[in-house]
Every structure is written in C-alpha cells, then in structure tokens.
Ligand binder design. Structure first.
Ligand SMILES: NC(=O)c1ccc[n+]([C@@H]2O[C@H](COP(=O)([O-])OP(=O)(O)OC[C@H]3O[C@@H](n4cnc5c(N)ncnc54)[C@H](O)[C@@H]3O)[C@@H](O)[C@H]2O)c1
Length: 445
C-alpha cells in the first residue's frame, strides 16, 4: 500500500452495508475449520465468548485522545453479524463437521455436544484433491475431471450452488486445508493466460489450492489462504483478483510460535539488542503435524516460518546487531500430544559490551484455538473489504499471517504492532476518520 496514493478520507466511498447472509466456505474441514465453526455456533447460542477475535472484541480509538471515542470495531465497521453466517466446506475425507471435530480432538465432548446437531449438518462437498500434493492423506470424497480446468469449473459451480441453496448475499472462502508440497513460482503462474493453459494440460505446477483460488476469484468471492502453500500468491492470480475487483490475502495463519516471534523480535529491535541465534522446536500430534512430517510439506512451512525474523530485524540496516544470527525451526510429529502443541524457543541475545543473555519460551499452545478467531476475522474483514471497494492483496490483513503477501517489489511487514496499526488505520481510513499518529500534538497550543 505504501507506494500507492490513497484517496483522501473525504473521497472514500462509504462501504456498502452488510445486508443479508454471508456464506463462509472452507476448503478443508479439519481441526481449524471445525473449531472455528463450532466456536461461532457456540457463541451464537450464548455458550462462549469470541475470545481472540478483533472483529468481535477489540475497540478502535477515533479522533483525539481527549475525545474519548473508542467504539468496538464491530460497532464502527459495517461487518456481517455472526447470526448471518452460513458455513460450508470441501474435504476429501467425507466426515461431517461433528465427526471431523471429534477426530481432531481439539474441543472437549461437552463443548461439541452443545452444538452437535449444528455440526452434523455440515457435510463436506467432494474436494479437488490429489495425493501428490498432500502425501499423507488419502481421500474418497474427491471430484473427478478430465482437466484441472474442469475441476476448477466444478468448484465454481459448487460456489454458485451453495449461494443459491442458502439464499446468500455474499460468500468468502478461507483455505483451511492441509499444507501442500513446496512449489516454486514458474511461468505457469506468470499470467492468467499461461495459468489457464497449464490447467488445461494438467501441469504439475498447478496445485489443487490454486484451483480453489482461481474459482473463488472468477466467482467474485474474496479468498484468504491460511496455509503456507503458494496458492493465490502468484502474479497470475493476483492480477486476476485486481482485474475482477476481488480481495485476496495470505499466507499461513499466524498462531503459536511465529506469533510469539513477531511479538518478541520487535521488542529486541526497539531496544537495539543484538541477536546471536534463535532456535525453535515444536512437538505436535495432530493431522497437520502428520502432514508436516513429510519433508516436502515441511519445506513449505519452513520457508514461511524462516522469513519472519529477517524482515523484522532488518540486518541490512543493523548489521552489527543482526547480520549473522542463526535461525533454526523444527517441527516434530509426536502423536500423543494431539492438537496441543508444545513449543520451545531458545533466544540468544546480545547486550551492552557484547554480554550474552538468553530468553527461553515454553509455549503450551492450542493451535486451532488460536487459529479459529483468525478465520472469523479474515472472513468478516475480507467481506467488508469487498464492500468497501478494495481489491487484490489486502496488506492490512498481514496481522493475521505468518508470511504476508505484499505487492511485487515490497517487503512484507511482519512486526505485529506495525501490522496492528496498519489494520486499524485502514479501517479508520475506509470510514473517513483521521489516522492516529500518537503525536500528541494537542499539547502544542
Ligand atoms: N492450527 C493452526 O494454528 C494453524 C496455523 C497456521 C496454519 N495452519 C494451516 O491450516 C491448515 C489446516 O490446519 P488443521 O490443523 O485444520 O489441519 P487438519 O489436517 O486437521 O485439516 C486439514 C483438512 O484439509 C483437508 N484437505 C487436504 N487437502 C484438501 C483439498 N485439496 N481440498 C479440501 N480439503 C483438503 C484434509 O483432508 C483435512 O481434513 C493447514 O494447512 C495448517 O498448516 C494451521
């Protein structure tokens, strides 16, 4: 966004209101998607609070500090209400959301039982799936098609059908499916013409996630990518999203260890403390952990996790502090832990007169519990972005991603606090409010 001039607040057209129902479709009905859906229903029934969600719980300061105007974001921004959301999904495993949630083992029986009737009604549509891209999963609920283009057309049909069947006003798609193997961007992803030809000749460089993204954009449906796969992050699909006026964002929900990194690293840099090394290791026992046990899928995740520290610490600007630090990330599949991941970070920092110090973090986190509110916020904000006339990469949603997509030639922003400021300032801007600079100029008479 930095290199584009934004219209003055007075010229911003007011976003269209959130009338009617919003459909949220997830490729993937596993741990994250079912925890998200069960949570929203539990909140709707008054059993839970939307903890972790900015759209539901955060406030936003408007005007001067002395104005004392800090409404809830959801009272300030015209977002779809939770009661207006309808869920749907695709998955190669035919389990309904209740069965899938039980297998995922994130939520306890007592919490699932309260929403069991609702979850049982969410049955996944046949997926576009190919074991070549996610080797640890075998699925039976899979679409057949002669070419990848045929498969993408079937997804488009599903989206239209879901919309009509549920009498929806709008739809958003959030990728909550497994991490696919690492794919380097190639000529097949350079332009939409090459992308479409590659779909027609069943080129290996076109992964299932790209077909969902293509189908979404062609249907005018905002698309968010919660996994680190290349997916929508290609010149072909980014341009298509721009041309068709569709907001897109990605990649990889920022939960657990990487979220911690984007909290701690800005703190070290703010105080000009050096970094000698950062060693992160995890044990994880859910299906995501099993998929990531495959070196090809792990490589995709590793790339996503490694980029964070360099962009925050800017070794090119601060070579004495950050030029040669060692960064190691490990994920170990360890079934007894299920979804309850345990992460250890050892951070070797350097202080005054080169004296070494260490920080140790032992994070016993619940990955899907952290991811679920992110899915909700991304869906609601992306829907809002579209009504506000935003299109293409939504950099202001970087707050939610480990590996944020950025316009070509721009470094993605990883610092959680800069991301938060950008998110809130974007909301202020789109609703014609002044940006907050924290300058405190009111004291200069
Ligand atoms: N849990 C977190 O905190 C977190 C954080 C960041 C990213 N993610 C990513 O989110 C994704 C979901 O995580 P999860 O824990 O729910 O995993 P999961 O294994 O429980 O669920 C993934 C589901 O996707 C399905 N799937 C695979 N390929 C598909 C396809 N082509 N179309 C439709 N469905 C497909 C699988 O059958 C499975 O049911 C993963 O890619 C993970 O890396 C999760």
């Amino acid at each position: 966004m930095e290199n584009r001039r934004l219209p003055a607040p007075a010229d911003v057209r007011p976003p269209a209101p959130a009338t009617g129902k919003l459909g949220i479709l997830t490729p993937g009905l596993g741990a994250v998607a079912t925890t998200f859906m069960a949570g929203v229903e539990s909140i709707r029934r008054g059993h839970s609070k939307p903890i972790g969600s900015l759209t539901q719980m955060a406030t936003i300061r408007l005007g001067k500090r002395t104005d004392h105007r800090s409404p809830l974001i959801r009272d300030f921004v015209p977002l779809a209400g939770l009661d207006d959301i309808v869920f749907g999904a695709w998955d190669p495993i035919p389990d309904d959301a209740y069965t899938a949630a039980r297998k995922a083992g994130v939520l306890e029986e007592r919490d699932l039982d309260r929403v069991a009737d609702f979850l049982k009604r969410i049955v996944p549509m046949p997926a576009v799936f190919d074991n070549k891209y996610v080797t640890r999963i075998t699925g039976t609920n899979v679409k057949q098609g002669k070419t990848k283009r045929d498969l993408a057309e079937q997804l488009r049909h599903d989206i239209r059908d879901f919309k009509t069947r549920n009498k929806l006003d709008r739809v958003v798609i959030v990728w909550c499916a497994s991490t696919e193997i690492f794919i380097r961007p190639g000529p097949q992803h350079a332009t939409i013409e090459q992308f479409e030809k590659a779909m027609e000749r069943n080129d290996d460089a076109i992964a299932p996630s790209m077909l969902y993204a293509y189908a979404a954009i062609m249907e005018g449906v905002p698309f968010c990518n919660g996994a680190p796969n290349l997916c929508v992050d290609t010149p072909a699909l980014t341009r298509l999203a721009n041309d068709r006026g569709v907001p897109i964002s990605g990649k990889d929900f920022k939960t657990g260890q990487t979220w911690m990194k984007t909290v701690i690293a800005p703190g070290l840099k703010a105080r000009m403390l050096g970094l000698a090394g950062w060693y992160s290791t995890n044990i994880l026992g859910n299906r995501d952990g099993e998929v990531l046990d495959d070196p090809a899928s792990f490589k995709t995740k590793e790339e996503s996790k490694l980029s964070v520290l360099h962009t925050i610490l800017q070794p090119e600007l601060y070579p004495e502090l950050y030029k040669d630090f060692t960064h190691v990330v490990r994920i170990n599949y360890y079934p007894p832990r299920g979804d309850n991941k345990e992460g250890w970070d050892n951070i070797d920092i350097v202080g005054w007169m080169n004296y070494p110090m260490q920080i140790k973090i032992n994070f016993l986190c619940r990955d899907s519990i952290l991811a679920a509110p992110i899915v909700l916020d991304l869906a609601l904000f992306s829907d809002f972005a579209q009504r506000a006339g935003m299109k293409g990469i939504q950099e202001w949603l970087s707050f939610y991603y480990k590996s944020p997509m950025a316009a070509p030639g721009l470094q993605p922003e990883h610092d959680l606090f800069i991301q938060q400021t950008k998110l809130k300032n974007t909301l202020r801007h789109l609703l014609g409010e002044d940006q907050i600079t924290h300058l405190g100029l009111e004291y200069y008479a």
